[in-house]
Every structure is written in C-alpha cells, then in structure tokens.
Design a protein around this ligand. Structure first.
Ligand code: HEM
Ligand code: HEM
Length: 178
C-alpha cells in the first residue's frame, strides 16, 4: 500500500520530537537544568497521544513495503529497527508518566493538570504514590538511552544509504506529501 499522508505527517512529527526529547532529556538530567523538566514532560506526554494514533494507523494500513529488492538480512534489519523505534515511541513517554505520576510529581501538560502532584507540605518534597511503579519508570527511562540512540542512528544511516548509495525512493516517498 502507498504511504498515506497521515503516516508521513506522524512520522516527521514524532521523529523530530523524539530526537529533541532524547537530547533535552539527557542534557537536563546531566546538568540538572530544572526549568526544562516541565517542557520535556509536557511535550513527551503529547507525543504519547500521537504515538498511540500512529499505532492505530499502522494496524489499519500495515508497514511500508520495501521500495526495491534487497538482501533478506537488510529487510529483517529494517523490520527489527522499525518495530524497535515504534515500541520506543510508546515505552519512553509511558515510563516518563509512570516516573512522574507515581513519583508524586504529578502529570501536567503545559500547566493543565492530568494528575495532581503530591508534595509534602513541610519539606516541599514529592511523596511517591507508588515507589515501585515510579522506580520502574525511572529505570526504564534511563536504561533505554543507549538502545534508542543506536536504533535512531541505524535507522537514519539506513535511510541515507537508500538515498545516496542505492539511489532509490525510500526517503523521498516518506517525506513528500501528496
Ligand atoms: C532524520 C531522521 C529520520 C529519517 C531520515 C527517517 C527516515 C525514514 C524513512 C525513509 C522511512 C520509510 C522506510 C521504508 O519505506 O521502509 C522511515 C520509517 C519509519 N521511521 Fe523514520 N526516519 C527518521 C527518524 C525516525 C525516528 C526518530 C523514529 C522514531 C523514534 C522513526 C521511526 C520510524 C518508523 C517506526 C518507521 C516505520 C513506518 C512508520 O511507522 O511510519 N524514524 N523513516
Ligand atoms: C517520547 C517521549 C520521551 C522521550 C524520548 C524521553 C527521553 C528522555 C531521556 C533520554 C532522558 C534522559 C535519561 C537519562 O539520561 O537518564 C529523559 C529524562 C527525563 N524524562 Fe523523559 N522522555 C520522554 C517523555 C517523558 C515524559 C512523558 C515524562 C514525564 C511526564 C518524562 C520525564 C522525564 C524526567 C523527569 C527525566 C529526568 C530524570 C532524571 O533526572 O533522572 N519524559 N527523558
């Protein structure tokens, strides 16, 4: 099936957001730049909604067919990376929401309250609603950093190989709107 405009629009929107969120996430947690946290969390929560929408689209439309003939190993690699990336688009925001929500920091989208925070009135510190869930969210968010970076690099290098070495339409058909 030809790639629909909605597939292409969701791909570009989620791709740019994910790359920025990974970069900002690593930067803000390493440098403890706290003003970036609510921006990171709000955009991450919005990406979650679009990622779920994209999954519905994939279920309805299927995956893109390869443009030309390619060695089996390359087709398998592309499939594994696509599955890995689409999984990341759900697991990353979900683990963030678990870390923040269950950790007592609440869930807010640019000030809009989805789940209230739970701060101790005396110390002003967040009191976890469920430490296990918050911990799993935090660990997942942290442990998957190298995985998502490798997946994105392999994916982009693969796409560039199609464009510059195979000289096929893989990139142009994904980025051109009808
Ligand atoms: C500069 C960055 C990127 C480029 C150039 C790029 C390019 C492409 C291209 C050309 C395809 C179509 C492959 C085919 O026809 O078989 C594709 C599909 C896909 N890309 Fe990317 N991509 C980028 C970033 C990302 C990122 C950051 C993610 C997710 C975190 C992502 C996830 C996917 C997925 C899941 C597919 C499968 C089709 C779909 O669900 O839309 N891509 N990408
Ligand atoms: C597509 C969505 C998201 C991506 C790709 C993403 C990515 C990242 C990355 C790569 C880090 C750095 C982790 C580290 O270096 O240990 C990070 C940190 C963080 N993210 Fe996300 N994130 C997303 C969504 C969210 C959401 C929805 C929330 C909460 C509502 C959230 C909350 C946080 C917090 C609190 C940190 C800092 C953790 C710390 O200081 O140890 N993220 N994120």
């Amino acid at each position: 099936m030809a790639l629909s405009n909605i597939t292409k629009r969701l791909h570009i929107l989620i791709a740019i957001s994910m790359i920025c969120l990974v970069a900002v996430g690593i930067y803000m947690s390493n440098t403890e730049t706290f003003f970036l946290y609510p921006i990171h969390k709000s955009i991450g929560a919005i990406v979650f909604v679009f990622a779920l929408w994209r999954i519905v689209v994939r279920m309805k439309e299927g995956w893109p067919e390869p443009v030309g003939v390619a060695p089996k190993i390359q087709l398998i690699a592309a499939k594994v990376v696509h599955w890995g990336l689409i999984t990341m688009t759900v697991v990353y925001p979900l683990s963030g929401l678990m870390m923040s929500g269950a950790g007592g920091h609440g869930i807010y989208i640019f000030g809009l309250e989805i789940l209230a925070s739970n701060y101790d009135e005396v110390t002003g510190k967040a009191v976890a609603l469920n430490e296990t869930i918050a911990g799993i969210g935090h660990e997942t968010h942290e442990l998957l950093v190298p995985v998502i970076i490798v997946l994105i690099i392999v994916h982009v290098v693969g796409a560039l190989k199609h464009h510059f070495i195979d000289k096929d339409e893989t990139i142009t058909r994904m980025f051109s709107l009808k």
